[in-house]
Design a protein around this ligand. Sequence first.
Ligand SMILES: Nc1ncnc2c1ncn2[C@@H]1O[C@H](COP(=O)(O)OP(=O)(O)O)[C@@H](O)[C@H]1O
Ligand SMILES: [Mg+2]
Length: 450
Amino acid sequence: MNAAVVKRRSRTAPPFRTTPGTLRSWAPRRLTPHRASSATVGGAYPFLSPPPPPVGRALIGLDALTGESFCYDPWDLYAAGVLTNPNVVLAGVIGQGKSALAKSLAIRSIAHGRRVYVPADPKGEWAAVADAVGGTVVRLAPGSPSRLNPLDAAGNDSTETHARRLRLLTALTEATLDRALAPAEHSAVDAAVRTAVARNGGGGITIPDVMAALANPDPDAAASDGTTATERTADGRDVVHALRRLLHGDLAGMFDGPSTIVVDHATPMLVLDLSALDDDALAVAMTCAAGWVESAITAPGTGPAWVIYDEAWRVLRLEPLVRRMQAQWKLARAYGLANLLILHRFSDLDAAGDVGSRARALAAGLLADCSTRVVYRQESDQVTAASSALGLSQTEREVLVSLPRGTGLWSLPRASYVVHHVLTPDELAVVDTDRAIRGAVPEEVADGHV
Ligand SMILES: Nc1ncnc2c1ncn2[C@@H]1O[C@H](COP(=O)(O)OP(=O)(O)O)[C@@H](O)[C@H]1O
Ligand SMILES: [Mg+2]
């Protein structure tokens, strides 16, 4: 419309007429209150609802408020600037469908060309998923012929391989010794790895090779570090004892030699089944296994992949493992990986250490590195922890305690959605864990989280 016309009209016409028929009046309105469901009101007044949920790869289910489809692909959302990193934390009480969500996310992401790694499956429930998508399952158990060498090299980057080996050995020994390594011990491990590589002609090394180099260090290398071979042997003594567990203890035969499994890098899904191990051995095995998976994942040309830590609270109890996990997450960015950390409650992250401890800060750092937080039903005493971890609104807090199974609050940096995860009948057959857990064993006990 022409501006002049508007001006002329506004000069001649009063702002509101009170004559009948114009439906305009200064008289107070007498409207009868109108009540409707939030779905209807959201449609009638769309400004109340958050921005439309993401669309694209990997359909998750339906937005509970609007009924729209909700899709999730962390790489696409990161590329679109919606997420600041591709990592996800998923928390909820037992039996709410966390694993079911992770599994169907895995299956659907694979259909869109992503890969999936499950570095530790403590309950043995991912094998069915790997079978369904034509993936690979490696089952580690005492006495089984499968063996992984956690010191396997990946690619040609010897500096990165060396750093990864050191991280792994440090985490392993610190977890077993239950203390941080002293500087002299760090130097002993570093020198032992270099010596073991040199003694093997620059080729692959195993834990026994490192132990041999710790017990019998290279005198020249020791001299160049300003020490002697005898002192270095003494420095490495505790480390040798800690590593001995992998050779003679409950984990014997699993991580103490060259890998017997060669991973086909084209496999859409790789699952490490550790369900045969008891709780004590599990954390150490998870660390070794994660080291091996890391070298498989970071091999050149593998493309975007999910790394799913189901039952991650088991790892979070040990500071060295948390530290290692954090280092691994930093690498994830460089390799296009998206980590999915599955917890029961946010206070699982507090189990890493005392208030103000480094471990606690590291665990909090992991959470801070997750741009997407999905919360399934929480016990009422956990709502405050969840809310302070995620910065939830009062309405979101109220929603948390009453979420039905399969429904979660998806908190993305600029919007939150309540999403009902829809399982297809075929997926349901693969993800049904109730079949195994149903029966006389109480769930908390069956889950080992008491
Ligand atoms: N969205 C869903 N729709 C229907 N059933 C579901 C859904 N999510 C989970 N379930 C069922 O709930 C049970 C427990 O799920 P699970 O993923 O093992 O729980 P959690 O990992 O949280 O302990 C499974 O048997 C699964 O089939
Ligand atoms: Mg589960």
